[in-house]
Design a protein around this ligand. Sequence first.
Ligand code: APR
Length: 258
Amino acid sequence: MSAAPFALPADLLAYLRTVKSIGVITGAGVSAESGIQTYRGRGGLYDDEGEGERTVEALSAPTLRRDPDRTWRVVADLARRALAAQPGAAHTALVGLEQALDRFILLSQNMDGLHRLAGSRNRIDIHGDVRDVRCESCGYRGELAPETLQGLQATPPCPACGAGLRPDVVLFGEILPTAKVEQMLAEFYEDPPELLLIAGTSAAFPYIVEPVLRAARAGRPTIEVNPEETDLSPHVRWSLRGPAGVVLPAIAAVMSTG
Ligand code: APR
C-alpha cells in the first residue's frame, strides 16, 4: 500500500515547476526504506554503545593496515546487506528526476550501490561501492562475486596476484578520491545547479555540508529531506520533515509534470 503523498509547501510547489537543473546529495537515509541500516541516530550501525565505536574503528585505515580481517568482517557484512536490498521509491524518484530535467547531478555518500542499480547515471559515489575491491600490490580492480561474499569473514585474495585485496571504499582516516573531488567541485562549485536538494544525511561531513551552505549563502534555493532535524535544517529554504521514500516521489511528480 503506497504511502499518502507528501504535502509540499505551496511556494515550493510553484518553484519546482520552473526548475531545469538540480544537484542532489544523499546519505544513508535514502536507503533506510530499502532495509539498509543507517549509521548514526536511533538504530544506526554506530548507535550501539561500545559496539558502535568498534565498528567505526574497524572501518578505519589504521585497522585495515593492522588487522585487515577485522575490517573485512564489517565490510563483508555491509556488502551482504547491500546485495540483499533493492532500490526503493527514493532511488526511483531520483532516476525520474534525472530523466525529466535538463541537468541532474547526484553526489551520494552511500556505498550500497542502490543508486547505480536504480539507474541514476550522472552520479558521484564519493565513498565508493562496498562490493568493489582493489589490489594495492598489482592495481587489480573488480567486484566481489555474490558467492565470494556469502561466507566472507577474512581478507579475500587478489585473483591476479594473490595479495590481500582491500575494499574500494573510503575508510575513516582516508582521503577522498581526487577524481571524484574534482567532479564534485566542477558540478557543485564551479557551475552549480539552480536547485540543491540534500536527503537522508546527518550532514556529518564538511564536504557534504559546504555545497548546501554555499548555495544558501548565494541565495540559491535549497531543500532538505529528513524525518529528523539536522544542523543544516536552519540554513535551507525548505526543510521537509519526512521520509525520502515519500517526499522525493512527491517532488519528482511535480518536477516531471511541470
Ligand atoms: N528518509 C530520509 N532520511 C532518513 C530516513 C528516511 N526514511 N531514515 C533516516 N533518515 C536520516 C536520519 O535522520 C539521519 O539524519 O538519515 C540520516 C542518516 O545519517 P547517517 O546514518 O549519519 O548517514 P550518512 O549521513 O549517510 O553518513 C555519512 O558516514 O559513516 C560514514 O561513510 C559513512 O557514508 C556514510 C557517512
